[in-house]
Ligand binder design. Structure first.
Ligand SMILES: [Zn+2]
Length: 138
């Protein structure tokens, strides 16, 4: 008899203060990302300097529409977090933040590259995760 390996929750540290606006917006059902004060481009992931222009100015957080297009996806047969079955993870090109591709679980049965998606945050204590679903399911 073989036993299935067990998978628990990863040891997630609480979000750091710099990324707090991102996590707080998700818990409010919104998507907000940091933008450069100097060149205006999105700065995701947030680093001490802008990846585009090198500015060291603090980021300006802006709400996004919470919609986007599926750039790529994969199915994880053995997710690293507790789940009822395989987890589909996508790279979502976020509307309002050119160049940003957010890694997020998808609540989509049959993903298609380019399909339109909308944010549907899901509470998983202690955080709210950015999950996307098809715009058609709304
Ligand atoms: Zn910049």
């Amino acid at each position: 008899m073989t036993a299935e390996p067990t998978f628990g929750l990863p040891d997630c540290a609480p979000p750091d203060a710099e990324h707090d606006p991102f996590w707080r917006s998700l818990s409010d059902g919104r998507l907000t990302l940091p933008f450069c004060r100097d060149c205006g481009r999105a700065r995701w992931y947030l680093l001490p300097t802008c990846q585009q222009c090198g500015s060291e100015a603090s980021a300006l957080w802006r709400d996004l529409p919470g919609t986007g297009a599926l750039y790529s996806w994969t199915r994880l047969p053995r997710p690293f977090v507790p789940a009822d079955g395989p987890v589909v993870v996508g790279l979502v090109e976020c509307d309002g933040a050119p160049g940003v591709r957010l890694v997020a679980p998808l609540a989509v049965t049959v993903p298609r590259i380019g399909m339109r998606l909308v944010l549907r945050p899901v509470r998983r204590d202690p955080h709210t995760l950015p999950v996307f679903e098809s715009e058609r399911s709304r």
